[in-house]
Design a protein around this ligand. Structure first.
Ligand SMILES: [Zn+2]
Length: 685
């Protein structure tokens, strides 16, 4: 089993256009640890998350425009504000065609609500007319192919969802690291997971009723007649699509996903869709082969194209064309989209400020151009050097941990060390910036800009096919508060924005940074050696480099961790899925252990000085768990438990219970709720 390798669930939410992810801008003011955030009435050994964060949780509410609020949110918000200020200054008087002008025009167009209102549905009209003109199966296949975008990511950002019938991912071939492959994924659903269509609990049934009403409302707003009947048929088609989908846990299994099909096999093995027409419209008609990630779903979806009425498909495409860029259509569309996708699904009460959404949209379209401005202002070379030193210490610590493993055979150790040595670590920003020359941005055309940016991203990806793999490419923007492991490229990205206070702060003792940013670095390194990462060798090839005995031991440790997380019940009717979250939990445990060793290593055998009345070890563990301080709405946690590889923040903060030094640091004793007997503590690496 495997799962995504990004660090944060919150970042995944931010990537979702309707999902709020910002709060009142406020620079973190505490230097050191937030002592007021501690709840001294809780015993650390009973509930370390509540001990470290109880004070903060009592004094903070979730803002109405968010589905969660955390220390990461505060930093994300500050970064958005800084980005907005940078855009205002850097794009003034920018030359036509320059990146600065494109950024400024994209941002201003998104903000221009009066202009968007005045244009009404005109920007969407050509797309609706094209759908109306579909008159046979071949034209339908062309429309579906023409809608294909590079909008999913199997391993890195773990973005498995697209409302297009299929998603495309261009990435390093898992069987041949020297070349790029074209991956096709199941798509076509607007709700987060197949369970939202198929689960027969009353809660899900109620969400389905609201989704049908939402579809009808969107069609009505577009002036289309028969909305309720059409909505019922559109929903029914999506329900059939959901039945064909494979469950999330299978999608996350690289062994199940790495299926190479020739172009001709698409038509013979997945009949129903006019594949030549589909591929020609997607500019993929000369691609010799594809990686079909969920074969049964691809077969099922292709069959539905033939078996379901053409009119239903046209209604379905019409609804999704309206819904896709609702945030740059008149306010009534935007509000209706928010009411379902943010309010019903995530429990968010109020739409975020337009400027914050404009920043997200601009980051999405022109991320590295904006990132270039951001790092020039906010990521000085000294901080890059300091982070690189921390990375070096953690790599050394991880290597020592491999050397010290008593259960691992020398042959496996040598392979693990080779993989560690080959890891390409990116700190702050990419060595080479992305080129936006071919992207046309028109001031005053927010809708067209969004369409062109998505098409540009598709073309940028298609252009990689047939070229050598670039391991220096980044998949995250430098101004994103997150981090990521790229398993097939054996590479890591640590964006500049996560390397800032309170996680990384030159004004405080370094041990606190090891607990926060350092544990993130350890987490991402460890992903290369989690249950998914361990299936890739030093070159990024999906290849077994383990002896059978070592693999069995490794898997037994994983099983122990699955059991630990299965025992967490956020709600009486819903538990954490230990299997779904295993990769993240391995990365949390191993990453925290590596960060701990690296902090000790960095002090060259000296004890860290007592600061704020806390020993070095206390500073380290508190800094870690304070980083996980978060409040999340129930609906959002429920979505997370169903769809996300990351366990809720509270349980990630309790990772400490697997590390021996935590017990001594906080006098944790048998009988306390988080206490684990030494044999129950999971040490994967
Ligand atoms: Zn992760």
């Amino acid at each position: 089993m495997n799962r995504d390798a990004t660090f944060l669930w919150a970042a995944l939410l931010a990537a979702c256009a309707q999902h709020p992810d910002a709060a009142a801008p406020a620079a973190p003011t505490t230097v050191g640890l937030d002592l007021a955030g501690i709840d001294p009435t809780v015993r650390p050994g009973d509930d370390f998350f509540a001990y470290a964060n109880g004070g903060w949780l009592k004094s903070h509410d979730i803002p109405p425009d968010r589905s969660s609020f955390s220390r990461f949110s505060v930093v994300t918000e500050l970064t958005s504000k800084r980005t907005a200020d940078l855009i205002a200054v850097a794009t003034k008087d920018a030359a036509p065609g320059s990146d600065g002008r494109k950024i400024g025009d994209y941002y201003a167009s998104f903000l221009d609500e009066a202009g968007i209102e005045a244009r009404g549905l005109a920007p969407l009209r050509p797309a609706l007319d094209r759908i109306a003109a579909i008159d046979d199966a071949r034209a339908l296949a062309s429309a579906l192919g023409g809608g294909l975008r590079a909008d999913v990511d199997v391993l890195n950002a773990a973005n498995y969802n697209t409302t297009n019938l299929f998603g495309l991912w261009i990435a390093q071939d898992l069987s041949d690291p020297s070349r790029y492959a074209a991956f096709l994924l199941q798509g076509g659903l607007a709700m987060p997971d197949r369970d939202y269509y198929l689960d027969d609990s009353p809660r899900m049934a109620e969400i389905r009723d609201k989704y049908r009403a939402h579809i009808a409302a969107m069609l009505g707003l577009a002036g289309l007649s028969g909305g309720a009947d059409k909505a019922a048929r559109i929903f029914e088609l999506e329900r059939k699509i959901a039945q064909a989908h494979v469950p999330r846990i299978d999608t996350e299994d690289v062994q199940k996903g790495n299926n190479h099909w020739t172009r001709a096999e698409l038509a013979t093995r997945a009949p129903g869709l006019d594949w030549p027409a589909f591929l020609a419209a997607a500019a993929l008609d000369r691609q010799p082969g594809f990686v079909v990630w969920q074969p049964s779903a691809l077969i099922g979806l292709a069959a539905l194209v033939a078996s379901q009425p053409l009119e239903t498909w046209k209604d379905y495409l019409t609804y999704h064309a309206i819904a896709r860029h609702a945030n740059v259509l008149p306010k009534a569309f935007d509000d209706e989209s928010f009411a379902f996708f943010a309010k019903v699904l995530f429990g968010t009460e109020r739409q975020r400020d337009r400027w914050k959404r404009a920043i997200d949209a601009t980051n999405n379209a022109l991320g590295e151009a904006v990132g270039r401005l951001y790092v020039a202002r906010y990521f000085p070379p000294a901080e890059k050097a300091r982070a690189e030193q921390m990375v070096a210490n953690e790599l050394a610590a991880f290597g020592r941990r491999i050397d010290a493993l008593t259960w691992m055979a020398p042959a496996t150790k040598a392979k693990a060390k080779a993989k560690l040595a080959a890891l390409k670590v990116g700190v702050g920003y990419p060595d080479k910036w992305r080129d936006y020359t071919g992207l046309e941005i028109v001031r005053g055309d927010a809708y067209g800009n969004a369409e062109r940016a998505a098409l540009f991203e598709l073309q940028r990806n298609l252009a990689k096919l047939g070229k050598p793999v670039d391991r220096g490419e980044w998949v995250m923007n430098p101004q994103l508060v997150d981090a990521v492991n790229l398993p097939a490229m054996n590479a890591l990205n640590f964006p500049a924005a996560i390397l800032q206070p309170p996680f990384f702060d030159p004004a405080r003792p370094v041990v606190m940074d090891y607990g926060a940013a350092g544990s993130v670095i350890g987490h991402e390194i460890s992903h290369s050696f989690d249950n998914q990462g361990a299936q890739f060798d030093a070159t990024g090839r999906l290849a077994n480099w383990w002896t059978p005995e070592d693999l069995a031991h490794f898997q037994a440790s994983g099983a122990q961790l699955v059991k630990q997380y299965d025992s967490y019940h956020p709600f009486p009717d819903l538990a954490v899925n230990g299997e779904l979250t295993l990769g993240e939990n391995i990365a949390d445990v191993a990453g925290l252990a590596a960060a701990y060793d690296a902090y000790r290593l960095s002090l060259g055998g000296q004890e860290a000085p007592v600061v704020q009345g806390l020993t070095g070890d206390q500073q380290f563990f508190l800094s870690f768990t304070q980083g996980w301080c978060a409040k999340t709405r129930e609906q959002a946690i429920r979505v997370q438990l169903k769809t996300d590889g990351h366990a809720p923040a509270e349980y990630r903060g309790d990772t400490v219970r697997n590390l021996d030094p935590w017990y001594a640091a906080f006098a944790v004793a048998p009988g306390q709720r988080l206490y684990l007997a030494p044999g129950e503590r999971v040490h994967v690496w």
